[in-house]
Design a protein around this ligand. Structure first.
Ligand code: SF4
Ligand code: SF4
Length: 392
């Protein structure tokens, strides 16, 4: 397998000039933008924009100031740009609060909700999926530019470049897949299947302020201070996850994509340009509780079922924070999140632990809990991580 090249450049904050300078350096380290994306071509820019509207300060969406600077570089090459994601929103324009509508209007760049034009079925040579519905915006683009945000995830441990492509399929299908492909490993396999149907030509990750803890929406913003770029999305995820303290090959999407030859997930096979990883590591970056599940790889298989039962995260409603918006009820693929007229509650017998409710709740009114032994496992694995021991 040939080496991938990843550029890492420091950026202090979302100041336009700093981002512009950093992006130029990222791209020159990779060999310049026009050598990767042809001038005057048709490019789809896939942002990470979750459905419940949120402010960029919450670190849930790819920051619009970052995206704006990327778009300016594309416009210099006379590129025909469309920016978008597939979002569900009760608001008339789900892109308003994040600032995306404003920046795209200012630059005269089309911003689309992928559901606007429906989805087309295509063949998929995946491990699980043989057909998949993807947006024609993706299908018709000559190049896909992937702009993920560095965030943790309470189901897959990391939301990055590979997982960002989950947004190119319809919302309803995403819910179905949550229901059908339970478990981190099989869910990640499905994510890689979708990624394999539309592998991006260039990935530039907004790792200026990431999200730690229970991402992709219920964690806390954490300054990482970097832009990470590559033509290899899997390598971007590998480098980003290493910087925030994961063993990249513990991230199922990275491992699975690497093993399928869709990119490079092993750090030793990646050529790093710009900053050294060792100089930019964020040692106190909080992982999701789900990361404690990596402990399973170090113990005999007959114990896996027991350990998993202790580690599984279960959602719980925090009544005094719940606004009864019922977003969680609407998104739950198993009807386990329920509204009885006075309150929202979780039917534990039905819950499949997909974390969709947690992802969609913008009021941090859903907490994720583990059994007592699970919390102990988590404490042990965190201690090992801090000591840079066998889990890293
Ligand atoms: S838990 Fe969150 S998403 Fe569910 S109803 Fe309450 S505020 Fe809304
Ligand atoms: S309650 Fe939440 S975690 Fe459980 S199945 Fe419904 S959406 Fe998924």
């Amino acid at each position: 397998m040939k080496k991938a090249k990843v550029s890492i450049v420091k950026v202090a904050d979302y100041n336009s000039e700093e981002i512009h300078t950093a992006l130029k350096r990222n791209l020159s380290l990779l060999g310049d933008l026009e050598k990767i994306i042809k001038p005057r071509s048709k490019v789809f820019v896939k942002i990470n924009h979750l459905s419940p509207p949120s402010s960029p300060d919450d670190a849930i969406v790819t920051h619009p100031s970052f995206t704006r600077e990327v778009l300016l570089l594309l416009l210099e090459l006379n590129i025909d740009i469309t920016v978008g994601d597939d979002i569900q929103s009760k608001e008339k324009d789900g892109f308003l609060l994040s600032g995306y509508r404003r920046i795209c209007n200012d630059l005269g760049v089309p911003l689309v909700n992928l559901k606007e034009r429906g989805f087309r079925e295509i063949n998929c040579k995946g491990q699980i999926l043989k057909k998949v519905l993807i947006s024609p915006f993706i299908h018709e683009a000559e190049y896909i530019l992937n702009l993920p945000k560095l965030k943790t995830h309470s189901l897959t441990a990391l939301t990055g470049a590979v997982k960002n492509m989950f947004g190119i399929i319809p919302y309803g299908l995403r819910l179905d897949y949550h229901r059908l492909y339970k478990g981190n490993d099989v869910f990640s396999q499905m994510l890689v299947d979708i990624f394999s149907c539309a592998p991006p030509h260039l990935t530039i990750m907004d790792a200026i302020v990431g999200m730690q803890g229970e991402g992709p929406s219920g964690g806390n913003p954490k300054r990482v201070g970097l832009i990470i770029a590559s033509q290899d999305s899997v390598a971007v995820d590998a480098v980003a996850s290493r910087i925030v303290g994961f063993n990249p090959m513990n991230i199922f999407t990275t491992q699975n994509a690497h093993e399928r030859g869709l990119g490079i997930g092993k750090i030793e096979k990646i050529e790093i340009a710009g900053e050294d990883i060792s100089g930019v590591e964020v040692r106190n970056f909080k992982h999701s509780a789900v990361a404690a599940g990596f402990i399973k790889r170090k113990i005999p298989s007959f114990l896996h079922g027991f350990v998993q039962s202790q580690l599984t995260l279960a959602p719980r409603i925090v009544m005094n924070k719940c606004t009864l918006c019922v977003e969680c009820v609407n998104i739950c693929p198993k009807g386990a999140a329920r509204f009885d007229g006075d309150s929202v509650w979780i039917d534990r017998g039905r819950c499949i632990h997909c974390m969709c409710c947690h992802e969609v709740c913008r009021f941090q009114a859903i907490k994720l809990g583990q059994r007592p032994l699970g919390r102990i496992f988590r404490g042990v694995s965190e201690s090992f991580r801090k000591a840079k021991s066998l889990f890293i």
